[in-house]
Design a protein around this ligand. Sequence first.
Ligand SMILES: Cc1cc2nc3c(=O)[nH]c(=O)nc-3n(C[C@H](O)[C@H](O)[C@H](O)COP(=O)(O)O)c2cc1C
Ligand code: SF4
Ligand code: SF4
Length: 273
Amino acid sequence: MIFYFSGTGNSAWAARSLADNLNEKLVSIAEALQKNDTLYNILQEESVGFVFPTYGWDIPPIVRTFITCLSLQYQDKKGISRHKNMLDSTYIYFVTTCGDDTGKLLKRVRQAFTLRNLHIDSAWTIVMPDSYVCLPGFDVDSDKLKESKLSAAPQRLQMIATHIKRKQRGVFDVHPGHFPYTKTYILGGLFRHYLMDDKPFHTKDSCTQCGICVDVCPTKNIIIGTEGPHWQNQCTMCLACYHHCPSHAIAYGKQTKHKGQYLHPEAPRTKRA
Ligand SMILES: Cc1cc2nc3c(=O)[nH]c(=O)nc-3n(C[C@H](O)[C@H](O)[C@H](O)COP(=O)(O)O)c2cc1C
Ligand code: SF4
Ligand code: SF4
């Protein structure tokens, strides 16, 4: 079983490719939370994977919430539920997609999992096109860099799938980058405090009120009123609304002026009638 979250499609692509490769069931974290579906039966020999983007050198808030609510129940071949300690032998891994590096994300995930009596056997990073645009100096990648990241990703994913198929334990092939502690705990702390906030979102005159941002928001955080979209303070900062807007009409304060948009080539392009 693979639980995944994605804003702009990179992690959705990675999760789907892994699921196809490993013949695993896919569960969308956003949909599961909407439906309050947090109890899952894990069959004997089944692996459990988590695929999600790195946000502020940390776990996206929506993924953290899901882990906090998640209940995994182990079943034997006859479908009989067993004591949860049986999960100790289940192979559990995560794959995070990121634009550059992940800082101390591995430690943060371990801490979140430990609180739920879960362990991590292995973890990998896949560097993919960057989706973050809400700070000065942060923008989507140039076409050249985007293409080179997208063309390297399938090979890396194949390598990861091979490790998972063999249930290889103790492979922690992540990209902490330089100054990982500073990134996750100091910059990331500021990021979580000040920049996981949807108040700066607003629309420009080019908004046609098409409603696509409403449809793509994984937390159902946007409603359209008489004056256009409003953000409801339930944001996980995935930027799906910003990147999907066909009129490029969403801005984040003044930070997104002249910034680009990005969606993974396989991300569904939502259309409204
Ligand atoms: C709010 C936010 C924070 C981000 N923080 C990081 C980061 O700390 N390190 C990094 O390398 N990429 C960061 N990124 C880039 C994404 O991790 C990367 O583009 C990822 O592949 C997007 O996945 P998705 O398309 O599945 O949403 C961030 C993106 C967003 C939207
Ligand atoms: S997707 Fe863009 S154009 Fe459509 S309603 Fe949202 S902000 Fe307006
Ligand atoms: S409001 Fe936009 S950034 Fe926030 S969760 Fe919804 S789609 Fe993502």
